[in-house]
Design a protein around this ligand. Structure first.
Ligand SMILES: C[S@@+](CC[C@H](N)C(=O)[O-])C[C@H]1O[C@@H](n2cnc3c(N)ncnc32)[C@H](O)[C@@H]1O
Length: 256
């Protein structure tokens, strides 16, 4: 079972630590995009957290179920208006099964990188495929690793530098792991948070999707369908479960 770093302290302050994530300009395009893929079917969110996306998606009329490892994050979700309409299961989204078949499974905000081994990330794709109806879609929103910013010999990349928040990551290119560090400063006090991530390129995710019986349908630089280019810092990728895929297993190749 992966280690969960979203403890009570972080869960209670999630929204105040990352207020920009809750801006309507950020949430609404994501909800719009996901609602269109869910259609009249149900949606499954991996790493549902405090319901930043699940709650507005549910308000749009989509039946949403979420999986999360952190009981502290689930507690925050449960306290929000409309939470009674969102089903939640506590567990690891790489392996936890929930009942029902879904048109859409999704994993936003770089959360695929919380799985710190390739095997776990592959399992996550298999778990998504196991829950999808044929033709259903798995969506991931994640950053493109920033290795081009690292000159030889340098391992640290700062991604947020403001008087109130310093965030940087330490890359280990040998293990494909990055440890992110956050320092929030307020009233002369510092609060810190560090976590290990397995960064992953879109092409490797495509291969994981194939192993799980899914193929790439769309890739954008953002929820508003901005074109994905070599300079894009992030991507929203959509893989479709092929109609031939067996539940939970890869498509087998025909022997000629
Ligand atoms: C960055 S937060 C994103 C929460 C929410 N999706 C959002 O967009 O605000 C990542 C969430 O994934 C959960 N998480 C991380 N690894 C997990 C795992 N292996 N299984 C289930 N949940 C996990 C954390 O507990 C946390 O709630």
């Amino acid at each position: 079972m992966p280690q969960n770093t979203f403890d009570t302290r972080l869960a209670e302050t999630y929204e105040s630590k990352w207020p920009e994530l809750f801006e309507p300009a950020v949430v609404e395009p994501a909800v719009e995009f996901l609602a269109a893929l869910a259609g009249a079917g149900a949606a499954l969110e991996f790493g549902v957290g405090t319901g930043r996306i699940a709650l507005p998606l549910s308000r749009r009329g989509v039946r949403v179920h979420g999986i999360d490892l952190s009981t502290a994050m689930i507690e925050q979700l449960r306290a929000k208006p409309g939470a009674e309409r969102v089903g939640v299961s506590a567990g690891d989204f790489a392996t936890t099964k929930v009942s029902g078949t879904f048109n859409l499974a999704y994993l936003v905000r770089n959360t695929i990188t919380n799985l710190t081994t390739q095997d776990e990330q592959v399992e996550c794709f298999r778990n998504a495929a196991a829950h999808l109806a044929p033709g259903g879609c798995f969506v991931i929103e994640a950053y493109v690793p920033e290795l081009r910013r690292l000159p030889p010999g340098q391992t640290v990349h700062p991604f947020t530098v403001t008087p109130a928040h310093l965030g940087f990551e330490e890359y280990d290119v040998a293990t494909q792991l990055a440890v992110t560090h956050h320092y929030w400063l307020a009233d002369g006090q510092a609060e810190t948070y560090s976590a290990t991530h397995r960064y992953v390129w879109p092409a490797e995710l495509d291969l994981m999707a194939r192993l799980a019986g899914m193929t790439l349908r769309e890739r954008w630089a953002g929820w508003r369908r901005e074109p994905f280019t070599g300079d894009s810092g992030g991507h929203v990728s959509v893989w479709e479960k092929t109609h031939r895929a067996r539940r939970g297993g890869p498509v087998t190749r025909r022997a000629w």
